[in-house]
Write a protein that binds this ligand. Structure first.
Ligand code: 2P0
Length: 329
């Protein structure tokens, strides 16, 4: 009745931004991500302590009231397993939470694996991705390894909206995401509210849906052929489209800060000079620079010479979520 899991964050190359079903967290479009070695969450769940109430400690802080989806997720797993025991949960991430580095993805994926195991459920990988999705959409992509596709699915019940690895981490070990931290502040608008608002009132959302399948096809082809230019250029175009949607909803959502733009312009300039790299940005100001191992040293050195970068975390493709015998308590 006690289990520990470790899950890596993932960074999308083709983004998820909008739900066709908010209850079941079913997306309008499929998305593709890389599971990131180096950005992880470790979570221990214990149902066996005869606890009087649920306690959840995330990075040494009690659960905030606005993080209701975590309690709902624990309750969902208890119901699936047919248990009523209260839980003690401790979770630790090695990167800033809620600042656009996919902490909810690694957090909900680690929680899903640890809690389902502790509750006595033995779910396979596909089932774990579906259960993680119900906690947070992008968490479904933190269960499998390497390069991952989360299928939007067609069915009303969500049974075909799951994530799977489309290439292992050893298929393209030279691929890099350099996660540049430019601010450790909490983001002003959460992704869940931001994407709901975008679907409701962004006049360009249909344009996103019309073109996103082409981006999915291009990134899949690029990964299969290890065509870096195709993957990088498509990922950069896709992130700019997503941020254009955010900026043109009412009220506007602008996650970029001056530091974000400084890195974007630098990457574009370096590319013109022949140093091939691309950027992708999620629901926050951080920039992830996409490059190949042969250029990582030079790019990291250039990034560290920019005043705006607090630190850069170098992530190769990572493994899928794993159980661990070393518990946090
Ligand atoms: C992504 N993001 O594909 C996109 C890009 C943020 C920007 O998935 O409501 O925290 O829990 O399903 O998974 C963040 O959204 O949202 C996200 P919910 P989630 O990575």
């Amino acid at each position: 009745m006690k289990a520990t899991a470790i899950a890596n964050a993932n960074i999308a190359l083709v983004k998820y931004w909008g739900k066709r079903n908010k209850e079941l967290i079913l997306p309008f479009n499929s998305s593709i991500s890389m599971t990131c070695d180096g950005l992880h969450t470790k979570t221990t769940v214990d149902f066996s302590g005869s606890y009087g109430k649920d306690t959840v400690l995330i990075n040494d802080e009690e659960l905030k009231k606005d993080e209701k989806n975590i309690m709902a997720h624990i309750e969902r797993i208890r119901q699936m397993a047919g248990i009523t025991d209260k839980a003690k949960i401790i979770s630790e991430s090695n990167f800033p939470v809620a600042a656009g580095l996919a902490s909810s993805a690694s957090g909900l994926a680690a929680l899903t694996l640890a809690a389902s195991k502790a509750a006595g459920l033995n779910l396979n990988e596909k089932e774990l991705t579906i259960l993680s999705r119900l906690g947070s959409g992008s968490a479904s992509r933190s269960i499998p390894e390497g390069f991952v596709e989360w299928h939007h699915g067609e069915k009303e019940d969500g049974s075909d909206s799951f994530a799977e690895s489309i290439a292992s981490k050893s298929h393209w070990p030279e691929f890099r995401m350099l996660a540049c931290i430019v601010s450790e502040a909490r983001k002003p608008v959460g992704s869940r509210a931001g994407m709901a608002q975008t679907v409701d009132n962004c006049p360009y959302y249909e344009g996103w849906l019309k073109t996103v399948n082409d981006d999915i096809a291009a990134v899949k082809k690029g990964i299969a052929e290890r065509n870096f230019t195709l993957v990088g250029s498509t990922a950069e175009k896709n992130t700019l489209k997503m941020h254009a949607l955010m900026m043109t909803t009412t009220p506007a959502i602008i996650y970029w800060i001056p530091q974000t733009l400084e890195i974007m312009h630098s990457v574009m300039l370096w590319r013109e000079e022949g140093l091939e790299s691309y950027f992708t940005i999620d629901g926050g100001p951080q920039v992830k620079v996409i490059c190949l191992q042969k250029d990582e040293k030079e790019i990291l050195s250039r990034l560290s010479s920019l005043d705006c970068v607090i630190r850069a975390i170098n992530c190769p493709p990572g493994g899928g979520a794993q159980l661990s015998n070393s518990h946090l308590f």
